[in-house]
Write a protein that binds this ligand. Structure first.
Ligand SMILES: [Zn+2]
Length: 330
C-alpha cells in the first residue's frame, strides 16, 4: 500500500512537471499572478511583499508598464506535504533550493509536513533591457507575455559580424551592447535592430521588446508585423559551422514563436533576409541578382538560404518541434 501511494505521488508529480510549461501552471501552480486592469508594478510588489526591482528581475521585465493578462511570477506561501523535497518544491515554483533556504532561514534540507515556507521566484539574468536565457527559460518567459502587436512574420538573420571568433563563452552582454551601440550610433536606429539574438552556446537573448517592430536593412515591409532573430555567427559557406546547441535553440524558439502567435511554418511566416530586395525592400524570394540581396542568414544556414532549402531543411524541423512541444503541453 505504501509503495502504491508513493508511486501515485511520484506519478502525479511527474505529470505536474510534464504539463508544467504553459497551461498547467494556471491551475496547478499558483505562483503566477495574472495582471488585471488598474494594476501597477508597485501595487503588485506591495501586495506580495517584494521590491519592484526584484519583481522585475524575477520576471524579465524590460520596463515598468504592464499589460492586462500578462503573467507574473510572485512569492507564495507553501505548506509542505509528506515526502516533499526542497528540490521538487523549487522546481514546481520556478525557484531554487538556495533561495528557499535563505528566505526561510533553513539550515538543512529537512522538511516536515505542515511546515509553512515562503517561496520566491528565481531571478533572471538581465543587463539593461537585455534578458539572457536558456531556451527553456525563454519558453516560460514568452508564454507569460501579452503581445498586443500583430505578429505574423519571423525573420531569420545571421550577424555575419560579430561571428564565432568574437564569442568567448561569457561575453553575451558585451556583444549585445556593442550591436546596440552600432545600430543606434552608426545606423541611427531607435534601438538594437533585432528582438531576439541566439548564441553559439545555445543561449537566447531578448533585447528590443517584442512589442516593438524590428528595424534594419530587411526593410519596413518585413518589419511591420515581424519579429527579428539575429543568430550570432557567419553562416556563409566556408565560415562558421553552426554548433548543435545553437541549431537546437533556433529551431526551438522559432517553434515557440509559431505556437505563441498561431503561425504555420511556410514562406509567408518564416522568412530569410536573403529573400528581400536590398533597395526596394520588396520580397523577391529566389528571384534576385546577387547584388540585390544579402546572403543573410548565410549560404549554409540549415542547408542553404534559398526557399527550397528552407522548405526542405528548416521548416520540417520547426514543425516537428512544434508537435513535440504541443504533446508535452497536453
Ligand atoms: Zn539579415
Amino acid at each position: 500500500m505504501k509503495k502504491k501511494c508513493s508511486f501515485i505521488l511520484l506519478f502525479t508529480f511527474m505529470l505536474c512537471i510534464i504539463t508544467y510549461p504553459t497551461k498547467a501552471v494556471e491551475t496547478t501552480l499558483s505562483n503566477l499572478y495574472v495582471v488585471q486592469t488598474g494594476d501597477t508594478l508597485p501595487s503588485i510588489a506591495k501586495r506580495y511583499n517584494i521590491t519592484t526591482h526584484d519583481l522585475k528581475i524575477a520576471n524579465g521585465l524590460q520596463s515598468d508598464s504592464l499589460i492586462k493578462g500578462q503573467k507574473l511570477r510572485v512569492p507564495v506561501t507553501y505548506e509542505v506535504l509528506p515526502r516533499d523535497t526542497l528540490q521538487e518544491i523549487a522546481l514546481a515554483h520556478h525557484s531554487t533550493v538556495q533561495i528557499i533556504k535563505e528566505t526561510n532561514n533553513l539550515t538543512s534540507h529537512n522538511l516536515y509536513p505542515g511546515q509553512i515556507l515562503t517561496i520566491k521566484p528565481k531571478k533572471m539574468t538581465m543587463e539593461g533591457q537585455h534578458i539572457l536565457m536558456n531556451k527553456e527559460e525563454f519558453k516560460d518567459w514568452l508564454f507569460n507575455q501579452q503581445i498586443p502587436r500583430e505578429i505574423h512574420l519571423i525573420q531569420q538573420h545571421h550577424t555575419w559580424k560579430p561571428s564565432y571568433k568574437n564569442f568567448h563563452g561569457n561575453n553575451h552582454f558585451q556583444l549585445l551592447n556593442s550591436m546596440q551601440n552600432h545600430h543606434m550610433k552608426t545606423m541611427g536606429w531607435d534601438n538594437i535592430a533585432q528582438n531576439i539574438t541566439t548564441f553559439p552556446d545555445g543561449k537566447v537573448a531578448v533585447s528590443r521588446p517584442l512589442n516593438i517592430a524590428p528595424e534594419g536593412s530587411i526593410g519596413p515591409k518585413a518589419n511591420k508585423h515581424g519579429i527579428a532573430i539575429e543568430n550570432i555567427g557567419n553562416f556563409d559557406i566556408g565560415h562558421d559551422v553552426m554548433t548543435k546547441e545553437q541549431e537546437e535553440t533556433i529551431v526551438y524558439i522559432t517553434a515557440l514563436l509559431c505556437l505563441k502567435f498561431g503561425l504555420t511554418p511556410s514562406l509567408d511566416t518564416i522568412t530569410y533576409h536573403h529573400w528581400w530586395h536590398y533597395k526596394t525592400k520588396d520580397r523577391v524570394l529566389d528571384d534576385a541578382n546577387n547584388n540585390d540581396v544579402k546572403s543573410c542568414p548565410g549560404t549554409s544556414f540549415f542547408g542553404g538560404n534559398s526557399t527550397d532549402s528552407a522548405k526542405k531543411y528548416f521548416y520540417p524541423l520547426v514543425i516537428e518541434k512544434m508537435e513535440e512541444l504541443q504533446v508535452l503541453d497536453k
